[in-house]
Design a protein around this ligand. Structure first.
Ligand code: AMP
Ligand code: MG
Length: 412
């Protein structure tokens, strides 16, 4: 139960700004092959080593012609052929044309390609039924990309739209920022790893599984330190080990005020960590700071809150550290509420919802149901957050609300 006033809670934007202002991207880079580069971030701009296309070539199957030779109505004999990968290198006699296929190099002297649909072939040659413009159906060398041009800036994530582009330039290796190393563990005497039978008063460890998965999706190297018991010695040892091995340490549980929560005490010994109370729901308690070497994020224990704070706070933080400069969450959209939404003013609420577009193309959203911070199924049933402003109260059917579609981390 929340008994404290909400005015001393820090807003999500403020917390995020504070955190991001402290971080700078990793500096170490490595050169890797294109086939291993999916999901990696460019460390330097990529410069094209060639013109694309590399030579003038035909955009259509048809005939390469010299426009000045096009007779009023007489057929032109065919002097030779040019195929993709096999140029015409013969003697191009005067007053003739060259059969040419898409992608074939344009024979020297040709100034247009006439598509075969506009050609009539007989024994004397080819008669063209077309108005011909200089340069038509010719793709010029360098028309797409010039040699020496920047094709990608630094800080871009390499994926299905960037890597084939680099392949088209013959770029075999790319300089990327090294992977982030993230150490994770869950705290709690009640936690049991999956695969073990549950004792009475135990629950399965959801958070480590969720965080591990999301980190893998973000391209991080994960060091999984397991479940740590709520004793000062176990916690201290886990934090020290994590700090020595990783760029970022992420724990869950033990960041709220509770009897077994030694985390704060240990972290005061090991580094500079701020235990914040955020004006968001779910996810009020969240710790952030620096250990002796690594950054530290302490997620709340409740799985719904742990995933929300990871998604809204840790994800942007990791993107900045990883050097992913263009990273952002999907933009918030406006939708009409199809179900009532319960809310008390005081915190920015991230309810889980299902949105779709109706027959008129307008967005509509329904709640996934119970919004308790232990109801993890609300994520698997939803496809967006319904983001309700801090001072807003409950929402009636028909009211407009902001929604934030899940990104790939939460999308099924
Ligand atoms: P805590 O923040 O440690 O006080 O935990 C808050 C609530 O979240 C308690 O009900 C815990 O049992 C639960 N919890 C903590 N860690 C986990 C976890 N890794 N997986 C599932 N539930 C957890
Ligand atoms: Mg705990």
């Amino acid at each position: 139960m929340d008994h404290c006033s909400t005015s001393d809670l820090i807003s999500l934007e403020q917390a995020l700004d504070n955190m991001l202002s402290l971080l700078s991207p990793l500096q170490q880079t490595e050169s890797i092959t294109l086939t291993a580069a999916a999901g990696r971030i460019t460390a330097t701009p990529v410069i094209s080593p060639i013109d694309v296309p590399p030579f003038d070539n035909a955009a259509m199957d048809g005939y390469a012609v010299r426009i000045a030779e096009l007779p009023a109505n007489a057929p032109l004999p065919v002097s030779g052929k040019a195929f993709a990968g096999v140029a015409f290198n013969g003697e191009w006699s005067a007053n003739s044309c060259i059969r040419i296929m898409t992608g074939a190099p344009i024979p020297a002297g040709a100034d247009a390609v006439i598509m075969q649909e506009q050609a009539e072939v007989n024994e004397q040659g080819v008669r063209f039924n077309a108005v011909v413009h200089a340069g038509q159906h010719i793709r010029l060398a360098g028309e797409d990309i010039r040699q020496g041009a920047e094709v990608l800036p630094a800080g871009v994530m390499l994926g299905a739209t960037q890597l084939p582009l680099l392949a088209s330039l013959g770029v075999a290796k790319v300089q990327v920022i090294r992977k982030l190393k993230v150490a994770i563990f869950s705290t709690g005497d009640e936690l049991q790893p999956i695969g073990q039978p549950l004792q009475p008063d135990q629950i399965y460890d959801t958070n480590r599984f969720a965080v591990h998965l999301m980190l893998s999706q973000l391209g991080c190297e994960v060091i999984d330190l397991g479940i740590i018991r709520d004793t000062p010695n176990a916690l201290r040892a886990a934090f020290q080990q994590a700090d020595s091995q990783a760029d970022v340490v992420i724990s869950s549980g033990g960041v709220s005020v509770g009897e077994a929560d030694y985390t704060q005490q240990i972290l005061d010994e090991l580094g500079q960590v701020n235990f914040g109370k955020l004006a968001i729901k779910p996810g009020k308690p969240f710790a952030f700071g620096k250990l002796s070497k690594a950054w530290f994020c302490g997620l709340p224990g409740n799985p719904v809150s742990a995933v929300l704070t990871f998604y809204q706070l840790v994800q942007p933080l990791l993107a900045k550290l990883a050097g992913h400069s263009g990273w952002h969450l999907p933009p918030r959209l406006t939708a009409r509420a199809l179900t009532p939404l319960k809310k008390t003013p005081g915190r920015l609420d991230f309810q889980r919802g299902v949105f779709s577009s109706n027959a008129q193309g307008e967005l509509e959203v329904s709640t996934t149901g119970h919004q308790g911070s232990h109801v993890f199924s609300s994520y698997s049933q939803g496809n967006c957050f319904i983001v309700l402003e801090r001072e807003r109260g409950s929402v009636a059917v028909g009211e407009r609300v902001k929604i934030e579609p899940f990104n790939a981390l939460l999308r099924s």
